[in-house]
Design a protein around this ligand. Sequence first.
Ligand code: NDP
Ligand code: MG
Length: 385
Amino acid sequence: MKNIVVLGSSGSIGKNALWVISRFPEEFNIFGLSVHSDTETLLSQIKNHNPDIVCVADDKQARHIKSSLPKDTKLLQGAKGLEDLASHPHVDIVLNAVSGFAGLRSTLAAARAGKRIALANKESMVAGGELVKKIAAEYGAEIIPVDSEHSAIFQCLKSGRDMDVRRLILTSSGGPFREYPAEKFSEISVEQALNHPTWNMGKKITIDSATMMNKALEVIEAVFLFDLPHQKIDVVIHPQSIVHSMVEFIDGSIIAQLSKPDMCLPIQYALFYPQRREMDRADLDFENRFSLDFQPIDNQKFPSVNLARETLNLGKSAPVVFNAANEAAVDAFLMEKIKFNDIFRVVEKTLNNSEPEYVDNIDAIMEADKKGRKIAEEIINGLRS
Ligand code: NDP
Ligand code: MG
């Protein structure tokens, strides 16, 4: 029996994870759950899964649910609470499905405690990749990607030697604006941008998918997860989201992982790796005709992936700043403070106005994140006036 903690259990990945875990009551015990402010969902999850420990954002949320908690459920709060939950000695697996930079500290805490980390929170790897890897190696933690592209690559890599990899090919649906004219990007509403063609996800990653900043973050995530330079990581548009990514070996052989777009598959894979378990919800139906399309990415229309490459060339704190600027820009877009295409501008300008600094510890990363957000916010305010 393995004890699992699901961080971000009220979110899209969190809920899928609870569905997966609930299918294996003999193998998993839900030891801990965390939400930020959605205490209503947390209370219903407590009823269904009876965790030992739960964590919420702050004192206000804690007071809000305290009286409704079962007597034996321990309540933690804040970033420190999340770290304590992620590193609790009874825990075997931490599924990190927090959204955004806020997930980094708990990834690091789980790494330092030598856990298996089923990592959905890609921002952890983008902002803290080097440090997370170093600490994971030092304390024997395992990082198994949940992000579908990285799970696909992780699986495809099993068919050859790392030294024989020519390149990774990340697929992207292209998002809802793949065919939309770039001249009209400034007119895109929040509602339009939140309507993703193939995946049903949290707000932040849905906007990231629409701008293709998600793919940009994923290129950086892949660089750190798989120890490859970005020059060996390509992106191809694949609107059906069935081929989740591919690995090309030096003899030209390309290995791909296919399934219906359903996050329960990479979640389950990360929990059981190296084993596999039965599941049929991501099965492909070859009884009906379907086709797979691939096309090159339009870097003029979507500058995101090239911005990620520039970020990686800059190195040092640039990925932290890239992520911070994007988070600030997405928030501003969701609050209708800036236009859709301003997101690219904010990220690019923030990078240009920042000096990359060495970030080899969490305090330096936090500081770089803060600085990046501040510069991005000034740029956002400038765009508004
Ligand atoms: P959601 O927005 O649906 O869920 C986010 C979860 O994190 C919620 O439980 C939320 O709590 C919690 N949370 C938000 N902010 C904080 C914070 N500051 N501190 C602690 N907890 C917080 O996001 P998704 O499930 O879509 O995505 C989660 C992560 O997984 C992201 O990093 C995303 O990029 C990645 N991912 C998601 C995929 C998907 O299909 N959804 C696919 C691949 C990767 P509350 O509800 O209370 O606000
Ligand atoms: Mg992905």
